[in-house]
Design a protein around this ligand. Structure first.
Ligand SMILES: Nc1nc2c(ncn2[C@@H]2O[C@H](COP(=O)(O)OP(=O)(O)OP(=O)(O)O)[C@@H](O)[C@H]2O)c(=O)[nH]1
Ligand SMILES: [Mg+2]
Length: 361
């Protein structure tokens, strides 16, 4: 996308600087190094490997370490957070992976039905695998499934949900464990096992998220930062917000928000500091619609895109109740609110990676 290029470059540069500085706050700390080694040692010992990717970036969220292990029928790619991605693009990505002979499944880890469907599929896959590799009485042996992926793609949320709905006995249900799930990357520090089925037993191993020590590609850096794989504390939040707005402006998601552009202020003039309130979200959508519908420039032209984003930021600061003449912290607060709404799916559904067959056109 031509109109997003300068924002990709700016965000990419700021991520690359963090990577090059190798300062104490750099993402590849001793935890990640040790975890990376521990995961590599365990991969040959488990029955199946589930690589969790972010459905918004099916290629950019690839877990590079798996390249060292031959791809086989033991690997499953899970496109998680499908609720945040474009539904039609996820279908296209599934077809793409199928053509490459990858076993792929799209899920929303916050949705019970989606996880139940995956569990059925997993149990079928395990039966098939055991039939093809062992004699029939080994079908009843314990199976271990290792969940790997880059940070923040939802490995722990996925493992928790499988554990919660898994077919284990009532007595075992009483001892349900929980992996910590947070919006911040790098939360999981150890490999933890969760039982997800009995007779035959299936255990799932949640693991810490791993990123390569160095990421050189601007576009890859930008996508990882926007979707939350790289800690926000390492990045200028306004770079993230501008990049998101350039994506939104290049899509047609905003066309659904016309009805919010004519809505009256329905919070009685009271100041809403909580940006997640429905009325604030609707006001944000309405304001974005108005700016975009009135825009007469060319969105393929970077200068025009910059101008539009500046106008949108001015309007949105008012909606978020963040003063427009202040910089520094207030600028960060405004950007963080906008990025939070994007990450929770309240400002549309975007798949940021494009299929190899449609890229570069
Ligand atoms: N909308 C949506 N959010 C999700 C989904 N799965 C996980 N999340 C959210 O994504 C964030 C990260 O989830 P985690 O499960 O902690 O991610 P992780 O891969 O374990 O992260 P690390 O332990 O840091 O590697 C949390 O805010 C989750 O609530 C999903 O399917 N849909
Ligand atoms: Mg985790």
């Amino acid at each position: 996308m031509v109109g997003t290029a300068s924002f990709v470059k700016s965000l990419g540069n700021s991520v690359k600087k963090v990577s090059e500085s190798k300062s104490s706050s750099w993402w590849y700390n001793h935890h990640m190094r040790a975890a990376s080694r521990a995961i590599s040692e365990r991969i040959p010992l488990v029955d199946l490997v589930v690589e969790v990717r972010d459905a918004r970036i099916p290629i950019s969220s690839e877990y590079r370490q798996l390249i060292n292990f031959p791809s086989s029928s033991r690997n499953i790619i899970v496109l998680n957070k499908m609720d945040l991605a474009s539904r039609s693009k996820t279908k296209e990505w599934m077809a793409y992976f199928k053509e490459l002979n990858y076993t792929t499944f799209a899920v929303n880890s916050h949705n019970k039905d989606s996880i139940k469907e995956f569990l059925n599929f997993l149990q079928g896959k395990i039966r098939e695998l055991k039939r093809s590799t062992h004699s029939s009485n080994n079908i009843h042996t314990t199976t271990t499934v290792m969940v790997v992926g880059i940070p923040n793609v939802g490995k722990s949320a996925f493992s928790n949900s499988l554990h919660q709905i898994g077919r284990i006995t009532a007595a075992e249900k009483g001892k349900l464990k929980h992996a910590t799930v947070t919006p911040h990357p790098g939360e999981t520090k150890n490999i933890t096992s969760f039982k997800i089925a009995s007779n035959p037993n299936i255990y799932i191993l949640d693991t810490p998220g791993i990123l390569p020590p160095e990421i050189l590609d601007d576009e890859l850096c930008s996508k990882l930062a926007l979707t939350g794989a790289i800690a926000d504390s390492l990045i200028d939040q306004s770079d993230l917000a501008n990049y998101f707005l350039s994506i939104l402006n290049s899509s047609d998601e905003y066309t659904k928000w016309e009805k919010f552009s004519t809505m009256e202020d329905d919070h009685g003039g009271s100041i809403m500091n909580d940006h997640t309130q429905d009325c604030v979200v609707q006001a944000v959508r309405g304001a974005l619609f108005q700016e975009l519908a009135a825009f007469k420039g060319n969105l393929e032209d970077e200068k025009d895109m910059v101008q539009l984003i500046e106008a949108q930021c001015t309007t949105l600061r008012t909606v978020f109740n963040v003063s427009s003449d202040s910089f520094g912290d207030d600028n960060g607060i405004f950007s963080a609110k906008l990025v939070n709404l994007y990450r929770t799916g309240r400002l549309g559904h975007y798949t940021l990676d494009c299929l190899p067959t449609t890229c570069g056109s």
